[in-house]
Design a protein around this ligand. Structure first.
Ligand code: IMP
Ligand code: MG
Length: 212
């Protein structure tokens, strides 16, 4: 199966190619088309397919359903990267959940974290006394989640756990407990399924590595 997708930044050509990509379940054909139609700027290599993502989301939801049976949960999604994962996950949960979002400082156009985390958009829900589950796209150095765990603990939830779609353990600087994990990934920059590189590629329905 063809698994290289050649793309460039936002352009009319890219928008046109994405239409084919979205409508085509045959990744091989659509990615060839995409490659042919776009001049090469970034090379994306599909690493986790839609089917693998779906299986993982179903498994995570069943673990969460089991552990929180009879409870109601407050899910806190970390914007922007977690929004696609969270949208899929809540539709697999058989629990009464409330959702809220927090936005923390991001990498911007860089692939490396600045190391300093700030709250850019606060929660609207009250956390005190609630069973809280953080939904994160990827844990890399651990700085973001470590900050968020401390921030939320100070608000006195009844319980606090973390569900992350991906873990990049080779880059960890601060140890964080991941209670529910989708995939362990190698030290490569990842885009798609909500994750971006300089705000690009969040829309891809699968998870890719970015080449140089
Ligand atoms: P950390 O603070 O280094 O653990 O980084 C966490 C945040 O950086 C994640 O929530 C992501 O939004 C972002 N991030 C880390 N690695 C990647 C990646 O490979 N692709 C896209 N975003 C990433
Ligand atoms: Mg994130």
């Amino acid at each position: 199966m063809e698994d290289k997708v050649l793309v460039q930044g936002t352009s009319a050509l890219e928008s046109f190619a994405i239409k084919f990509l979205r409508n085509d379940t045959n990744l091989g054909e659509s990615s060839k088309l995409y490659g042919i139609m776009c001049c090469c700027k970034h090379q994306l290599e599909v690493f986790i397919t839609r089917e693998e993502i779906t299986r993982s989301v179903v498994r995570l939801a069943s673990e969460i359903n089991h552990d929180y049976r009879g409870k109601s949960l407050l899910l806190i999604g970390v914007l922007k990267g977690a929004f696609v994962f969270m949208a899929d996950l809540i539709r697999q949960l058989g629990l009464p959940v409330e959702v809220d979002f927090i936005r923390l400082s991001s990498y911007g156009a860089a692939r490396e974290s600045s190391g300093k985390v700030k709250v850019i958009q606060r929660l609207s829900a009250s956390v005190k006394g609630r069973d809280v589950l953080i939904i994160e796209d990827i844990v890399d150095t651990g700085g973001t989640i470590s900050f968020l765990l401390d921030y939320l603990k100070r608000k006195k939830p009844a319980s606090l756990r973390l569900c992350a779609l991906m873990d990049k353990p080779s880059r960890r600087q601060i140890s964080v407990p991941i209670d529910y994990l989708g995939f362990t990934v190698p030290d490569k920059f990842i885009v798609g399924y909500g994750l971006d590189f300089d705000e690009k590629f969040r829309y891809l329905p699968y998870i890719c590595f970015v080449g140089d």
